[in-house]
Design a protein around this ligand. Structure first.
Ligand code: APR
Length: 179
């Protein structure tokens, strides 16, 4: 575990399972249809129970899902977290298709939504770096920069946790935080 203080709050890096973190909101690395999947999406849906899929289906029917780089919010179902913020990161196509800007947006849109809901604590997974193939060493500095700029600018959320699933991912994010 590593923790660093910024102007308005703290960023914590941990190795673990995002479904077990005690925060007000966890972020899901979802897809455009919000129809569930593998990876962290599968884990969150399993832990939250069927109410999460029902809420996602409602958003799919009323708003057509969630565009890449945007975020939507649902309740947390059976999770400890009160909310799940579903964002859709970019699929990696080699880096020339606006991937970096879309990844930055995924983090910033999730944080804006959290701020709108006056959420004080939030946990993120490493968006896009699994199924979507975004190289970890390119994704980590974008995630870190977007989150730390938020902590230096806004007062909410004031506690942000990056939950890395492997030690390798943790070390990559740690290096991006302390280059
Ligand atoms: N807690 C934290 N991190 C996790 C967990 C978990 N329980 N399970 C997996 N991860 C990590 C992976 O190791 C990876 O580094 O989450 C990161 C993101 O990987 P994916 O879950 O594959 O997400 P992404 O690359 O954004 O792809 C999204 O995958 O599951 C589908 O529906 C989803 O189509 C969407 C796509």
């Amino acid at each position: 575990m590593y923790q660093k203080r910024f102007k308005h709050g703290t960023l914590k890096l941990i190795v673990g399972d995002i479904t077990e973190i005690d925060v007000e909101a966890i972020v899901n690395a979802a897809n455009n249809t919000l129809s569930g999947g593998g990876g962290v999406d599968g884990a969150i849906h399993r832990a939250a129970g069927p109410s999460l899929a029902r809420e996602c289906e409602k958003i799919r029917k009323t708003r057509g899902g969630c565009p890449t780089g945007k975020a939507v919010i649902t309740g947390g179902g059976d999770l400890r977290a009160r909310y799940v913020i579903h964002t859709v990161g970019p699929i990696w196509h080699g880096g020339e298709k606006g991937e970096a800007e879309l990844l930055r947006e995924s983090y910033s849109e999730s944080l804006s939504l959290a701020r709108e809901y006056r959420i004080g604590s939030i946990a993120f997974p490493s968006i896009s770096t699994g199924t979507y193939g975004y190289p970890l060493e390119r994704a980590a500095p974008i995630a870190i920069k977007t989150i730390t700029e938020h902590l230096d600018t806004y007062t909410k959320p004031e506690r942000i946790v990056l939950v890395l699933h492997t030690l390798d991912a943790y070390n990559t994010y740690l290096a991006a935080l302390n280059p």
